[in-house]
Design a protein around this ligand. Structure first.
Ligand SMILES: C[S@@+](CC[C@H](N)C(=O)[O-])C[C@H]1O[C@@H](n2cnc3c(N)ncnc32)[C@H](O)[C@@H]1O
Length: 448
């Protein structure tokens, strides 16, 4: 498979291709791409899980609540852009139909994905297309909602660095090493990389003024990001459109992405496949990168949409429904169903929910047609919150157990996110940060 992959690479210079070309083929080659061939193993216990799946169906329920803040009946279309196996979309559709049974016949739910191998759920329409072509394949003027969970991080990306003002991108190949060895030279197949000067790349031009005091900065960026965000913005902004877009992903504002403090380029592999080497086994592995939300926001606005919210993922649940009955008990029951002992299930459920609220780097960006009502997400993060959001978040579970001698009821009563401030039950710092986050969500100003 690898040999076939290599012979099919286009060669802008002998033996070397931009990293984005390598990544595109690894993930989306029609025959052997990780996503397009169906090699991907979504979900808990698979290669990786995402929050809408780990917290299914409740994550979808929360999105449905935001959608219900502006759906007033009549034809309405919910589109999951990059739907994967489609469970997130199914959950949103189920919640909307249950809440508004009288409007259910007007609701269309569309799973859009450029890979056609992964859809698992029934009762949703599937559109095989790239998100870049949204405006060509969706009903217009568009009335409804776009959701995109972990789309932007999965686009093929280039790796850039800026060193003493010189802008370069990574090219990789199997020929003679030029200046970067990417793989263990002991291996049969050695991939080499080189930094190639780039001029006039719009993304790098736009980031030229970020932290000019740093001698070297490294980041990843997908060439498809701008066209997709522009298409979303245009769809929302068209006369007659009445819609919102909810973009969920990991990443941060431009300052956060470019100020890594390391030479790591924000590119990584995920889940159970970490041990794989992407250069040795392209197409068996997920490659992903941290998203620059500032760039997405800029392109949505250029497309004509209004960016109405940017902040932590937890803003999706302003009422803390996830850790209130009955959802809290259902989440615990689901964990028991997955094989956890009751006590373990409680702690697993608490961890997932708590991480949902404060997980470092998980963000929502929401955009809307001009003049839409408030989506009820609160007020955006100011940029300075980035530092707060990347502080490690761990719970002293052993201490919890000891304190309550495994008394589940007492622990449940004590673990109330957003409830009264706790004493010494948990990491005080964690709660302190959480309160600060909530203060910001409720009151502060700022945008990406
Ligand atoms: C990390 S998965 C996320 C899937 C799903 N949203 C979830 O949360 O599990 C990335 C998905 O993006 C899709 N994708 C990547 N590029 C795309 C594009 N240009 N247009 C539409 N879908 C795309 C892939 O096929 C894959 O299903």
């Amino acid at each position: 498979m690898l040999d076939a992959f290599l012979t099919m690479l286009p060669e802008p210079r002998p033996g070397m291709v931009p990293f984005s070309t390598f990544m595109e083929r690894s993930l989306y080659d029609p025959q052997w791409g990780y996503y397009s061939s169906g090699e991907v193993d979504f979900g808990y216990g698979g290669d990786f899980w995402t929050y809408p799946h780990r917290l299914s169906p409740w994550f979808g329920e929360l999105v449905a609540r935001r959608i219900l803040s502006y759906w007033e009946g009549g034809p309405f279309c919910v589109v999951d852009v990059a739907a994967g196996h489609g469970k997130f979309l199914r959950d949103i559709g189920n919640a909307l139909r249950r809440e508004r049974p009288e409007w259910a016949s007007d609701l269309r739910v569309i799973a859009l994905d450029k890979s056609d191998a992964n859809l698992e759920v029934e009762g949703v329409e599937f559109v095989h297309a790239s998100a870049q072509d949204l405006c060509d394949v969706l009903p217009r003027p568009f009335v409804g909602a776009l959701v995109a969970n972990e789309l932007f991080d999965a686009l093929a990306a280039d790796v850039y660095r800026v060193c003493d003002g010189v802008r370069e991108r990574l090219v990789v190949g199997t020929d003679d090493p030029i200046d970067v060895v990417l793989d263990d030279p002991e291996q049969d197949r050695v991939w080499y990389g080189a930094w190639e000067a780039v001029d006039g790349e719009p993304y790098l031009e736009a980031r030229a003024d970020v932290r000019p005091d740093r001698a070297q900065m490294v980041a990843a960026h997908g060439p498809e990001t701008a066209p997709i965000a522009l298409a979303m913005g245009a769809l929302l902004a068209e006369p007659g459109a009445r819609a919102a877009a909810f973009v969920f992903d990991y990443g941060g504002a431009a300052q956060h992405i470019w100020d890594t403090g390391t030479r790591e380029p924000h590119i990584r592999t995920y889940g159970g496949q970490r041990e794989h080497d992407p250069f040795e086994t392209p197409s068996l592995i997920d490659l992903t990168w941290d998203v620059d939300f500032t760039w997405i926001a800029e392109k949505l606005r250029q497309g004509g949409a209004e960016v109405v919210f940017y902040g932590v993922q937890g803003a999706l649940d302003p009422d803390f429904l996830l850790w209130s009955p009955p959802w809290r008990d259902e989440i615990v029951s689901q964990c028991i169903g997955e094989g956890f002992e009751p006590m373990e299930a409680l702690l697993e459920a608490w961890n997932v929910v708590q991480n949902f609220y404060v997980a470092p780097g998980f963000r929502i960006l929401a955009a809307a047609s001009p003049g839409m009502p408030d989506l009820g997400l609160g007020t955006s993060d100011p940029l300075w919150l980035d530092e707060l959001m990347t502080t490690p978040n761990t719970l002293p579970l052993e201490a919890l157990r000891a304190r309550f001698e495994e008394d589940a009821e007492a622990i449940i009563a004590a673990l109330r996110p957003g409830g009264s401030p706790v004493d010494d039950l948990c990491d005080q710092g964690l709660y302190q940060r959480r309160w600060e986050v909530l203060e910001v969500l409720r009151g502060a100003q700022g945008e990406p």
